[in-house]
Structures are given as structure tokens and as C-alpha cells.
Design a protein around this ligand. Structure first.
Ligand code: NAP
Length: 274
């Protein structure tokens, strides 16, 4: 039940109408009995949107494509890790002071840790965009040896140099323990595509795909056929949202409940499309 005391949270991005974040946060608010609501704001002008957050006293905001880097210049403070990654996906409005955080990297690392240790592991990251930066940062902090492969070589090289990783000029690499897709390849409507040929996968490898639409991407299906352990994009989404929620409320939500909410929402969306 909304009231005159209801606190407002939300997500800014464009496009953002498909976002699953409102389901996560609204249900989590309800579970802890907090008088708060989480809305989607499809933003064209970021400068105006940030002024709106300040003017309306919106308490917390998730930031998504294409504003994760640009938003940094509008904030009062940016937490050091988000500064290093050069991306903010969470804003906390602390009595008028807007503070930026990055919870993507923690989300990715927590999702991986459910399946494997990271210290000393060889990890191949496909992509060198915002999410690849967050994942590479988290892996280096966790003691992994990281190799970057990206469509644009210059970006792979840049990211590798910045975070002390290796990069691949061309071809594939054998003998990696973990493979992570940080590109949109395999995402609807490219769901028939895969970012890596099946021949490059090996039994026992851990394969994580950040794409969650569809949940079982071609990469993950082929990885399962070969006997790899797989992690879908929903896991990272749930964990990064849980950390956002904790920043805003001080309460750690139950990750299993968040994952169940997300699976239910994806299933509902699929049925509506079919
Ligand atoms: P981004 O910053 O735009 O970076 C995209 C990366 O993918 C770039 O390195 C780009 O290469 C590469 N790429 C794009 N299209 C490609 C193609 N057709 N073939 C090969 N490489 C291609 O995007 P992002 O924020 O990192 O997001 C990447 C994916 O992760 C998206 O699908 C997003 O939805 C997903 N994601 C999921 C979560 C989660 O919680 N599960 C969180 C964040 C992101 P170039 O450098 O050559 O352009």
C-alpha cells in the first residue's frame, strides 16, 4: 500500500522497460515490510534525470545501459572501486549527497563463487565493455589469471593493460578453467548465435554467460552437452541487485528468493511472448 511516506527508488536507462529490477526490489521491499516503491525511468537526458533525483528526493537508483560511465560526472562522490571500473550501476542518495557504487563486479564474483574457487584460475573473458571491466576487476581481486578477447583488439589491449591481464590477438586459447561471456552475442534476437565455437569448450570447464534473455543461451546449452559446469546471467543479476538492496536498506535479502522471483518473471514473459 503506497502512502505519503512511501520512499521512491528506481532504475534509469534507455531502453529500460524490459528491466527485471522492479520485480527484485519491489518484492524485497515487501518482504522486509518497507514502505518503498521501485520504478522504471526511461531517460533521454541524463543531466535532467539527475536533477530530478535530487529535487524529488529519490532515495536510490540503479543505473543501466547506456549511462553507467556517463553518470559518474554528475555524482557528488564515487566509491573507489566504481572509479577504477569507470562505471556506476548504483546511486545512493544520502541526505542530498549522491554517491555512486558498482555492484556488478561483486555480483559476478558471488555468482562464480557458488560454483568454483577463483584464486589461481585461468579465466578467459569475451568482451571488453562495461561488464567485462567489472568482471575483470573482480577476478584480479580474487587472484585469477585473466585473459581478454574482444572484437575490437584496441579495447582488449587497453583493458588488459589497465588491470594487469593478458589479451588475445586472434584465435583461441586452450586450457582455461573458466570462460565468461561479457558480450551480448546469444541474446535475443541473436539467440541462435554463440560467442565461441563449441570446439573450444572442454569438459569440466566453468562457463558463465552474462546474457539472461534467453536464460539457456546457445553457449550454455553447448557447454552442458560437453560436460561443463554452467552459470546463467540470472545469478549475477540477482547478486548485484542484492548488494544494491543492502546499500539502500542495510538489509541483505535472501538470494534464493530473488532467483525464484526472477525465474518466475522470465517464465511469465516467455509465456506472454509464445
Ligand atoms: P557494452 O559495454 O556495450 O560492451 C559490449 C561488448 O561486447 C564489447 O566488448 C563489444 O565489442 C562486444 N560485442 C558487442 N556486439 C558484439 C558482436 N556482435 N560480436 C562480438 N562482440 C560484440 O555492454 P556490457 O554492459 O558490457 O553488456 C554486455 C552483455 O552483458 C549484455 O548482454 C548485457 O545485457 C549483459 N549484462 C548482464 C548483467 C547481469 O547481471 N547478468 C550485467 C551487466 C551486463 P567491441 O568493443 O568490439 O564493440
Amino acid at each position: 500500500m503506497l502512502s505519503s511516506n512511501t520512499l521512491i527508488y528506481g532504475i534509469i536507462g534507455n531502453p529500460v522497460r524490459h528491466s527485471l529490477s522492479p520485480i527484485i526490489h519491489n518484492r524485497a521491499f515487501r518482504r522486509i515490510g518497507k514502505d518503498a516503491v521501485y520504478l522504471t525511468f526511461e531517460v533521454n537526458d541524463l543531466h535532467d534525470a539527475i536533477k530530478g533525483i535530487r529535487a524529488l528526493g529519490i532515495r536510490g537508483v540503479s543505473v543501466t545501459i547506456p549511462f553507467k560511465s556517463e553518470v559518474i560526472s554528475y555524482l557528488d562522490e564515487v566509491e573507489p572501486t566504481a572509479k577504477k571500473i569507470k562505471a556506476v550501476n548504483t546511486i545512493l542518495n544520502n541526505e542530498g549527497v549522491l554517491i555512486g557504487y558498482n555492484t556488478d563486479w561483486i555480483g559476478a564474483i558471488e555468482a562464480l563463487k557458488e560454483m568454483t574457487d577463483l584464486d589461481g584460475k585461468r579465466v578467459l573473458i569475451l568482451g571488453a565493455g562495461g561488464s567485462a571491466r567489472a568482471v575483470a576487476y573482480g577476478l584480479k581481486e580474487s587472484g585469477s589469471h585473466v585473459i581478454i578477447k574482444n572484437r575490437s583488439l584496441s579495447k582488449a589491449k587497453e583493458l588488459a593493460e589497465e588491470f594487469g591481464c593478458m589479451y588475445l590477438e586472434n584465435g583461441l586459447i586452450w586450457g582455461v578453467d573458466i570462460l565468461i561471456n561479457c558480450t551480448p552475442v546469444g541474446m535475443y534476437p541473436m539467440e541462435k548465435e554463440t560467442p565461441l565455437p563449441k570446439e573450444a569448450l572442454r569438459e569440466g570447464m566453468v562457463v558463465m554467460d552474462l546474457v539472461y534473455h534467453p536464460l539457456r543461451t546457445r553457449l550454455l546449452k553447448e557447454a552442458e552437452e560437453i560436460g561443463c559446469k554452467t552459470i546463467d546471467g540470472l545469478s549475477m543479476l540477482a547478486h548485484q541487485a542484492a548488494f544494491q538492496f543492502r546499500l539502500w536498506t542495510g538489509i541483505q535479502p535472501n538470494i534464493r528468493e530473488i532467483k525464484n522471483d526472477l525465474k518466475e518473471a522470465l517464465e511469465r514473459n516467455k509465456n506472454e511472448r509464445d
